[in-house]
Design a protein around this ligand. Structure first.
Ligand code: ADP
Ligand code: PAZ
Ligand code: MN
Length: 908
């Protein structure tokens, strides 16, 4: 038996080899090559390339809506007479020290609502109305110094934010929504006239406390890894269950400090405050040190030694602890107290020491008052916001220390990544139309584009208008050197005295990272169309990433892999855009931008929240898109598709000559073998220099030896074919999460799909919405299927039934529609543009398709190993991948590179 399988394979591969050489020889000669023409037309760069990953949620006003035109029409236009186009785009929090801006940039939903999609929607019961009356968009966060309010006005003006934004269709220089902008903070009153005068807009004042609380509640419920603890230099993200959030104490440290007990949405009380806050540190610090900026003052503190200023317990007790009351000799007895006994003038003290002593005094004091209020109301959680914190490790450590020390570890200090933007966010949300308040965590995707973290300057930097500006900025950035990437060395925890002593700050380095707070928050993409994949067994327990990157050596390894892969990727990207000078310049800027992210992460792995490998791989793709590389592997994908399609017919003939068992095994082997075509793996790319596509495919198949490293094939076979007389009905619908172009899809997954169809199972091919490496996209699939269907009736009928062939030109011998009742083959986009998939955020199309599915097949390293290897599903799941990285093979399966994984898990 085994021998005959082997023989069959040899035969398949023999035929393939011949065909390939023939096909590859004819490469470059593209006359009447239908495949090429079809693929090319589909892969043409789509402007903006925004799938459903961008969206905002200004809800439509549907009152008095009526159908316009012919009511009999299938998709009539609906007129919304009360919907105003100019939704507001900007909200402000004008504080004593800083102006915070939250603004919204719109994105058109450019996904073509083509015939395939329409028929798919009908089939999935999605109906064809726009499922979400929402426009795409992003939320940006920017801040300015209040004393430089003119810069802020210029910024708003240059981006036309008061008129709906530059990206808006409706931006005609006319102020928004009757010229009203939501604003909070004292400056909303103080500067109202200035805004009217300069921008022609009125500020609609919102209560500051209302806004703070609304902003905090929103962030804590809707943003993943918003809150974190910071103790002794160690940052840890905490995920709080939305229904376990209240009550908590919110401490906003701005110029002054507010302490608010929050019991629910809109339910709060300002219970305390202190006038010794951020303004005190900056104000006193400026007077005492002559610093010109807050950052300069903070930076000084990093080199300071507060013992020269502060009177310690030991100074009073002759170097001894006051152990009876639990105070070590190094505990500060009196901030600045040492200066009274010394006959020194201000100039004789080091500004560094002054700054540190001041920072510690104020942070500790706030921590202590916060603790007392938490105690007063029995609150266990305290969240600290406000820009005084500025993501600064020492400040956070001091506050945490105070809370921890005084509460004996009972209460916990937590910090927020969007620290200073609470009020501005709250003001933004007070626009009723935005309906932001009911956005869910899965509808928000945070991104770290170059335009956001690297808009340089002291606080905000230039408004980067277009791509060219972004590129120039990247060029300049590198010339300027390390300003942004300057590390804040993490001092290893030195250990405290245990007696309330905290003599030497733990998190202190020599330089302050330029505006760390701006680097800690990205742009929030609001994507209301994203959903949690409904077949996850337990979404709460789901963690997409298999490898925990909080392990430092893992993190370093994968960062190095990404960094080493960069030159090759840039080459491909530049070539994909014709290798022009413009492409080279963009390629260079992309490389700088992505390296800057890597360097930043190397310094501080948690800089962007808790990232897994999936996020890093996605960040690389996003970065490419930012510099308008639409599809870096386009021509490679095309070449591999053509070569594989040419040999598909013979493979199908071979498969059809096999008995059921051999066929199923050959199909699974085929998927595993063809998964070797992965342009994201260094080892594989090196292989590709050693042979043609088909030679490599053949070699890969020949190496298939069972048992595979993880081999549940027999269980899968039992489910599919039954054992003995026991046969189970075929699956109703299978979702095939496909991976790479070329052999992977054409010779691996399509034949498997065909077999499922033949067995009466509906098949949904789930592919990326946007390109990532050489992954096949949902846009590309219909043409590939159409080409394959020319040689295969099963595929053709199924594709017709699934509405896949509506656009494609197919010229099979039999194109009658009589078979439209066959089981359908469909294509849905997954909602992402990454080699991995986070099943908490998938397209609504996929979520709809999942409802009737009882089998999931996840294929490839990104989707089945890096992510989802441990995911549990409500239905049967098969995970298939070749491991194309030695370290991963060792780590995951104690195996070797090129080992295969076939993991089958029946419904749980
Ligand atoms: N670049 C900066 N310029 C001035 N102050 C800053 C800066 N970065 C952080 N801060 C600190 O943040 C405080 C202001 O915090 P913020 O939350 O914006 O409050 P407010 O609304 O009172 O302006 C300042 O008093 C100062 O301590
Ligand atoms: C990016 C990938 C996950 C894509 O793999 P695929 O999903 O196509 O099987 C993979 O190529 C990868 O992990 N590459 C980095 C490892 C390396 O170069 O060895
Ligand atoms: Mn892939």
């Amino acid at each position: 038996m085994a021998g005959s399988v082997q023989k069959d394979q040899q035969q398949v591969l023999g035929i393939i080899e011949q065909q390939t050489f023939h096909k590859e020889e004819s490469e470059g000669n593209n006359n009447n090559n239908t495949t090429r023409t079809l693929l090319e037309s589909d892969m043409a760069p789509t402007q903006g390339n925004s799938i459903h990953r961008s969206g905002s949620r200004p809800q439509l006003d549907v009152s008095k809506a009526e159908i316009q035109g012919n009511v009999e029409e299938k998709y009539p236009t609906i007129l919304l007479p009360n919907q105003s186009d100019d939704l507001s785009h900007l909200a402000l929090d004008i504080g004593g020290s800083l102006i915070k801006l939250v603004y919204f940039s719109r994105h058109e939903d450019q996904s073509a609502d083509d015939k395939r999609k329409r028929s798919l929607k009908e089939r999935l019961g999605l109906s064809n109305r726009r499922s979400y009356p929402i426009l795409g968009g992003r939320l940006h966060f920017v801040k300015f110094e209040t004393r430089k309010i003119n810069e802020c006005l210029d910024f708003i003006h240059s981006k036309q934010l008061h008129c709906g934004g530059l990206e808006s269709h409706y931006s005609d220089g006319v102020p928004d929504q009757n010229g009203i902008i939501k604003a909070t903070g004292g400056g909303a009153y103080k500067y109202a006239d200035l805004f009217k005068e300069r921008l022609g807009v009125s500020l609609d004042k919102e209560d500051e406390m209302d806004c703070l609380v609304a902003g905090a509640n929103f962030l804590l419920k809707a943003i993943r890894h918003e809150a974190f603890t910071h103790m002794e230099g160690h940052k840890e993200f905490v995920q709080i269950e939305p229904n376990d959030l209240f009550p908590y104490l919110l401490v906003n440290i701005g110029s002054g400090v507010s302490m608010i007990k929050v019991d629910g949405d809109g339910k709060f009380e300002r219970v305390s405050g202190t006038n010794v806050g951020g303004g005190t540190y900056w104000g006193l610090g400026r007077l005492l040190t002559k610093c010109k900026s807050f950052d300069e003052l903070l930076e000084l503190s990093q080199k300071g030694d507060n013992r020269t200023m502060d009177m310690l317990v030991g100074d009073i007790y002759g170097g001894l602890d006051y152990s009876k009351i639990g105070l070590s000799a190094s505990t500060i007895a009196s901030s600045f107290g040492k200066t009274i006994s010394e006959k020194k003038e201000l100039e004789e003290y080091r500004p560094e020491d002054i700054s540190l002593s001041l920072l510690r005094m104020i942070s500790y004091n706030i921590g202590q008052i916060a603790y007392l209020n938490a105690l007063r109301f029995r609150l266990k959680r305290i969240f600290f916001g406000g820009f005084f914190i500025r993501g600064h490790a020492y400040t956070m450590d001091t506050i945490s220390f105070a809370v921890h020390f005084w509460s004996n570890g009972e209460a916990q200090a937590m910090f927020l990544r969007h620290e200073g933007f609470l009020g501005a966010l709250g003001a933004f949300m007070s626009y009723e139309k935005h309906g932001l308040d009911d956005l869910m965590v899965h509808q928000l995707v945070e991104r770290f584009p170059m335009g956001a973290p690297y808009t340089g300057g002291k606080i905000h930097g230039p408004p980067l208008g277009d791509l060219n500006e972004k590129i120039s900025w990247m060029e300049k950035f590198l010339q300027k050197g390390t300003e942004i990437t300057a590390p804040v060395p993490m001092t290893p925890p030195a250990g405290t005295t245990g007696l309330g002593g905290f003599e030497v700050p733990l998190s202190k380095g020599s330089t302050l990272r330029s505006d760390a707070s701006a680097l800690n928050v990205g742009v929030l993409h609001l994507v209301p169309t994203l959903e949690v994949f409904p077949l996850l067994a337990d979404p709460k327990l789901y963690e997409p990433n298999t490898i925990d990157l909080s392990n430092h050596s893992e993190f370093e390894y994968w960062l190095t892999i990404l960094s080493e892969h960069l030159p090759d990727l840039v080459d491909k990207a530049v070539a994909s855009e014709g290798g022009t000078d413009d492409a080279k310049r963009r390629g260079d800027a992309f490389a700088r931008a992505f390296s800057a992210h890597l360097v930043r992460l190397m310094e501080e792995p948690s800089a962007y929240g808790k990232l897994g490998l999936a996020n890093l791989l996605e960040m690389r793709e996003e970065c490419l898109r930012e510099f308008q590389f639409v599809d870096a592997y386009r021509s490679i994908k095309q070449r591999e598709n053509e070569a594989s399609l040419a040999v598909l017919p013979d493979l199908l003939v071979e498969l059809d000559s096999m008995d059921e068992e051999s066929k199923l095994l050959t199909l699974i082997e085929g998927v595993l073998a063809a998964n070797i075509f992965d342009w994201g793996s260094r080892a594989c790319v090196d292989l590709y220099h050693k042979g043609t596509i088909i030679e490599i495919y053949r070699m890969s198949r020949n190496k298939m030896r069972r048992p595979w490293r993880v081999d549940d094939f027999d269980d899968f076979k039992k489910r599919m074919l039954g054992s003995g007389d026991k046969k189970k009905p075929s699956h109703k619908r299978a979702l095939l999460f496909v991976d790479n172009s070329g052999a992977d899809i054409v010779l691996g997954m399509l034949p498997l799909a065909r077999e499922l169809l033949r067995r009466g199972t509906e098949v949904v091919l789930v592919a990326n919405s946007l390109p990532a490496l050489n992954d096949v996209t949902a846009m590309e699939l219909p043409d590939i299927v159409a080409e394959a269907a020319k040689h295969c009736d099963i595929l053709r009928r199924a594709a017709e039934a699934g509405g896949l062939l509506v656009d494609a030109m197919i010229n099979t011998s039999d194109s009658s529609k009589e078979n439209s009742s066959s089981v359908p083959l469909m294509v849905v986009e997954n909602g992402c543009g990454s080699p991995c998939i986070d099943l908490r955020q998938v397209s609504s199309e996929l979520a709809a398709a999942a409802k009737d599915a009882d089998l999931i097949i996840l294929e490839g390293m990104g989707r089945a190993l890096h992510t989802n290897l441990n995911a549990r599903f409500k239905c049967d799941a098969l995970k298939l991948a070749m491991v194309k990285n030695q370290r991963l093979a060792e780590k995951l399966v104690k195996g070797n590179i090129y080992d295969c994984i076939c993991k089958y898990e029946p419904a749980s």
